[in-house]
Design a protein around this ligand. Structure first.
Ligand code: FE2
Ligand code: FE2
Length: 367
């Protein structure tokens, strides 16, 4: 790909150059100027496309898997969501994976650990639980729970519960891209619960309070379950005291209460509220996002594609895609849960953001 711009590759082919390229190929080498313009785009070019996954169409297929495979045979019984241009990486967008996991009462999946960071967002059913390194967490609708990388974790539904569906979110594709992905099954297939049930939330979820003794030095949040009721309450309280962002409405981050930083090293998560009738301005930024509508209904426009969403629908926003959100109701608020790779973007110094129409061009970051 030639470009007639000073500083970019603009070499015309010749007989001599073509045979030179073939000789380099024999040596497992190549001339940079033949690929430079392609591998160094002027701005991020995501191969992912914006996609909406309507829950009403997926749900019956997710439930059907209950009679097709057992969690024992499948390892995890999940229908994963695949971006048409990212199939080879099993990615929903960018380097993020997401899927819908379903479990019947009394079922449990084996304990395991992996390099990928993981989270779940509970969609329906009762009695779901997750155990992370001996911490058992009971899970209800719209609860957000972490299973950080390197932790032993397992999921199940108690015998007195009902069929549960939750959204899994992981950075499996990123771990594979970095060629750093490990997976290990717990030697006993199950782990013991070694702490009081829900101790993580009881210890770390009180606003503004941390235990006076003890310390937490792990790279992920010690608070591993963020319950919906206090989350929604916090969001609505904030909505009463702020105008919010013109681009995101009233948006809050789930954070590690000890550091104030992201919940995990590579994946972050947010919850945002759009007031009745609110429509945000469009912007774009680096980082891939996967949204789930947790409440209400509305629509988002992503790179010119309109997605009408309602509760439980999932959609993605690829890196650098222009996007805006709107609440379709004049009476009810709408809430969007999202997870993303911004912690990775920030720690690598790659985060960029701009309002739609304000293309300022790329300015190198001062180091
Ligand atoms: Fe896992
Ligand atoms: Fe955004």
């Amino acid at each position: 790909m030639r470009e007639d711009v000073a500083g970019r590759s603009n070499v015309e082919d010749s007989e001599e150059l073509m045979s030179y390229y073939r000789e380099l190929e024999q040596l497992e080498a190549g001339a940079l100027w033949t690929v430079a313009n392609e591998i160094e785009p002027w701005f991020p070019k995501s191969t992912s496309v914006p996609v909406l996954w309507p829950y009403r169409r997926l749900r019956e297929h997710v439930l059907r898997s209950l009679s097709l495979v057992t969690p024992e045979k499948a390892g995890r019984r999940v229908v994963y969501l695949c971006n048409p241009n990212r199939r080879e990486f099993s990615a929903a967008v960018g380097w993020l994976y997401t899927g819908l996991q379903v479990m019947n009462p009394g079922e449990a999946a084996s304990a395991h650990a992996h390099s990928a960071s993981a989270l779940r967002f509970i969609m329906e059913g009762s009695g779901a639980y997750t155990i992370v390194d001996g911490h058992k967490m009971t899970l209800g609708r719209n609860d957000f729970v972490l299973t950080p990388n390197g932790t032993w974790h397992e999921h199940g539904v108690s015998a007195d519960g009902s069929t549960c569906i939750w959204q899994d979110g992981l950075d499996i594709p990123l771990m594979n891209a970095l060629e750093a992905n490990f997976f290990v099954i717990h030697p006993d297939l199950r782990q013991k619960v070694t702490f009081a049930v829900d101790d993580s939330t009881k210890t770390y979820a009180s606003p503004g309070l941390l235990p006076a003794t003890g310390s937490w030095s792990k790279a992920y949040s010690p608070l591993m379950k963020y319950e919906w009721e206090p989350t929604y309450e916090g969001l609505t309280e904030f909505a009463n005291s702020t105008e919010g962002s013109p681009y995101d409405g009233v948006m809050m981050k789930y954070v590690n209460p000890v550091t104030g930083g992201p919940v995990m090293q590579t994946i972050g998560a947010s919850i945002q509220l759009l007031r009745p009738g609110e429509r945000t301005k469009a912007h774009r930024h680096t980082g891939s996002f996967i949204y789930q509508c947790a409440k209400g209904k509305g629509y988002s426009i992503v790179d010119g594609k309109r997605f009408d969403w309602e509760e439980r629908d999932i959609f993605c926003v690829p890196s650098w895609a222009i996007h805006e959100h709107a609440n379709a109701s004049e009476k009810e608020d709408a809430c969007l849960f999202s997870f993303h790779d911004l912690p990775a973007m920030h720690s690598l110094g790659l985060y960029r953001e701009e309002a739609y129409g304000e293309n300022q061009g790329y300015q190198p970051l001062a180091v």
